[in-house]
Design a protein around this ligand. Sequence first.
Ligand SMILES: Nc1nc2c(c(=O)[nH]1)N[C@H]1C(S)=C(S)[C@@H](COP(=O)(O)O)O[C@H]1N2
Ligand SMILES: [Mo]
Length: 180
Amino acid sequence: MIHTIRVILACCALALCGPSAAAGKAANPAQYVTESMTVSGAVEHALTLRVADLRQFPPQQLGEVPLVCQTGAKVGQLENFKGVLLRDILEKAVVVSHDHNDVKKMLIIATASDGYKVVFSWSEIFNSPVGDGVLVFFEKDGQPLADDEGRIAMVSSKDLRTGPRHVKWLQGIEVRKIVE
Ligand SMILES: Nc1nc2c(c(=O)[nH]1)N[C@H]1C(S)=C(S)[C@@H](COP(=O)(O)O)O[C@H]1N2
Ligand SMILES: [Mo]
């Protein structure tokens, strides 16, 4: 009985996270492509930004960023891409802060259209060198991003392993204060 349950659970895990799910995304990435991203949650100005809107922020250009999975495997490389700092976007949205210590409790959650999510903290973005390397990007070699990344993606280029916070098909950024 327990063995049967284990087998069922293992199959579910494989279906959700295993090669078949990854292969599905690789085979049909067009369904995940995002044309705009939102900024929501604990901000004074909620934003919806299309690529044309992102171009209004100060441009950032990066050369080569190796993409390394959390396992340590090299999975690719980002080259010659253009974007803007997540910090500049959040400055426009204005993180809500009533108390001197509010910002220290803020999470910044990036969500992709396939349900992938990664978190940053306010301190990482606004008060550490990591923030200098967190880019929302939309152009590679002067061209819009291909379907395998969406039109809008994100990377935290100063991470030790850059794969996990390379968010393909970026859909939104939510600012949320932790519950005390
Ligand atoms: N939207 C989205 N972005 C994602 C992922 C994902 O599942 N969905 N996986 C991440 C991880 S853990 C890695 S290592 C790289 C893998 O990129 P690849 O699927 O092109 O090899 O993408 C990252 N970005
Ligand atoms: Mo990964």
